[in-house]
Design a protein around this ligand. Structure first.
Ligand code: ATR
Length: 280
């Protein structure tokens, strides 16, 4: 049996085991693999994951707060994981095959949710990305690769947004994307796509930008889902934007990880529909 897991702290509420179990069933691999929760002590991520790998573990997803440690632990990194500076998927390849591979599927998951599920091709569009923490860093490279006209990064502390811009300067230049850093109060208006990657709602702080940032009919996506996303989605709807939560991104990043591990592409859209029904 090939074992996989989501490693984090906490992991009790993770939806990943249910999502991967359904992917495995779809692909006829339910007997060949398992997917579990791996709670790691805050000071024991590496040792917990190493023990799991030694006990038939073949790979894991990584969630808060270990994505940076996972990046350090990988023997090699995909280009998107290098750009993100963080790893959400490890594949435990043998040393003879090059050692553990670190990938980051968050950005590809977000892009797929926006372009395929929400049917909003990003090429030529104006994007506003709120937040400059780990969640933004994880997806920025993949957003740039879709060649939008521009991406404005707005953050409470502008220097963190500027640091992200600097880290992606070459990548954005290569793709012809204008990349800039702004304060939340001063980030322009009329964007086609707004992505909330702040944790402001968890802090009970409401939506940190003014409504003019949205053009009529814009897509307004919060990376969170469930009650945490509700204030942002209500606000977006009230502005005439199309609200979207982070459930699609969650399922799509999982599908990317599944494909990296198992070499098969699951029907992510079906799983997303199913999850939405369960949560409704
Ligand atoms: P994550 O991994 O979820 O991105 P993080 O790295 O702690 O977590 O980043 C949290 C993001 O939410 C940051 O962009 C943070 O802004 P600062 O960089 O200025 O701290 C943003 N954030 C958190 N609380 C916020 C609030 N009340 N209003 C606006 N932005 C907030």
């Amino acid at each position: 049996l090939a074992r996989y897991a989501v490693a984090g702290n906490p992991v009790a509420h993770s939806r990943s085991p249910a999502i991967h179990a359904e992917f495995a069933r779809q692909c006829g691999m339910a007997q060949a693999m398992s997917y579990e929760r791996l709670l790691c002590p805050l000071d024991g991520f590496a040792s917990t994951v190493q023990a799991f790998a030694a006990a038939s573990g073949r790979g894991c997803n990584i969630t808060v707060p270990f994505k940076f440690e996972a990046h350090a632990l990988a023997a090699r990194l995909t280009q998107r994981a290098q750009l993100a500076g963080a790893v959400n998927t490890l594949r435990f390849d043998a040393a003879s095959e090059g050692g553990w591979l670190g990938d980051n599927t968050d950005g590809a998951g977000l892009v797929r949710d926006i372009e395929i599920n929400a049917q909003r091709p990003l090429a030529g569009q104006r994007l506003l990305l709120l937040g400059a923490g780990g969640a933004s860093a994880g997806v920025l490279g993949s957003l740039i690769a879709r060649r939008p006209a521009e991406i404005c990064i707005a953050n409470r502390s502008v220097d963190k947004a500027q640091a992200l811009v600097d880290q992606h300067a070459n990548w954005s230049f290569e793709h012809g994307v204008r990349l800039s850093a702004h304060a939340l109060r001063d980030c322009g208006q009329g964007f086609d796509v707004l992505i909330n990657a702040t944790s402001a709602s968890l802090a009970g702080a409401g939506v940190p930008v003014s409504p003019e940032v949205l053009r009529p009919g814009a897509l307004a996506l919060d990376m969170m889902y469930g009650p945490a996303a509700a204030p942002f989605l209500d606000w977006a709807r009230a502005q005439g934007a199309e609200p979207r939560d982070g459930l699609g991104m969650l399922v799509e990043q999982a599908a990317e990880a599944f494909e990296l591990w198992r070499g098969a592409r699951p029907d992510s859209a079906a799983v997303l529909r199913q999850l939405r029904q369960e949560l409704a």
